[in-house]
Ligand binder design. Sequence first.
Ligand SMILES: *Cc1c(COP(=O)(O)O)cnc(C)c1O
Length: 334
Amino acid sequence: MHLSRFPRRPYAHLPTPLEPLPRLSAALGGPALWIKRDDCTGLAGGGNKTRKLEFLLGDALAQGADCVITQGATQSNHVRQAAAACAREGLPCHLLLEDRTGFTDAEYRENGNVLMDRLLGATLEERPAGTDMDAAMAVVAERLASEGRRPYVIPGGGSNRVGALGYANAALELLQQANDAGLRVDRLVHATGSAGTQAGLVAGLVASSSGIPVLGVGVRTPAPAQHAKVLGLARETADYLGSRTPIADDDVQVNCNYIGDGYGMPTEGAIEAIRLLAELEGIFLDPVYSAKGMAGLIDLIRKGHYAAGENIVFLHTGGAQALYGYRGFFDAGA
Ligand SMILES: *Cc1c(COP(=O)(O)O)cnc(C)c1O
């Protein structure tokens, strides 16, 4: 794979560390767990969207864009990282926030990622739950174009074939680290939402014949639709990369049994995962994505799905900034 053929801007601190989780592994008594620290990509708090935004903003600038539009949920990590990338480029950033949870408390509405979006100088507009957010962005794009601007529209989560290049690159980075360390990686697990992370990882891992299966733990959409979304984007990304290795249906594995009441609604398993990673490893997960991904992994280990001799890498996709918006879920004694 020849990623330097694509325009790219340098925002991420790479490579992100690949670290063992000895105390969590011992507590669970199953496979050896490792963590790939994409919560440490470094752009205004970091997270997985930074790798995508390197290619998305590269594309935007190559096309002569002079402002950016994107969207996400109120406590979106993507939106925060997009606002930071735009700040770095001096591009005005228009953000549409969808009220997906209906939470009305001030912490959720104004703290965490929302506070940071404002500090980063972005323009924020709210939209009710269920809004067609792509259509809403198109309306803003038309308005800006009619004012003589050249807007670049980034889909939710930065998940298209351009953004997914960031995770094809992350797949190569992980393989290099595992090879250098003599670590045989038996599987990779992470939280999947808008699909670009898993699609890019699968495109990269299949193109390099790694033989590493990737499990996406869903946070929003039922499994059949999530599988189709990831598989479609993985194939599109592989084509865009010029990979000749076909991606099979079962190269994409998803498990959507850990969503609970819905997107952005913390589950008991997610709260437990946040406490475990903090107390055993000194690492913060986020309540919307990485904690549900880790809750799924913990549950599958407890149910005996993975052998004791396996090495499993959990990709930490970031998002701990949202914890400040979810303080009420962690009150003393809760
Ligand atoms: C966006 C996000 C994800 C999901 O990544 P997708 O590429 O949207 O599937 C996982 N974790 C965190 C913290 C995120 O912000």
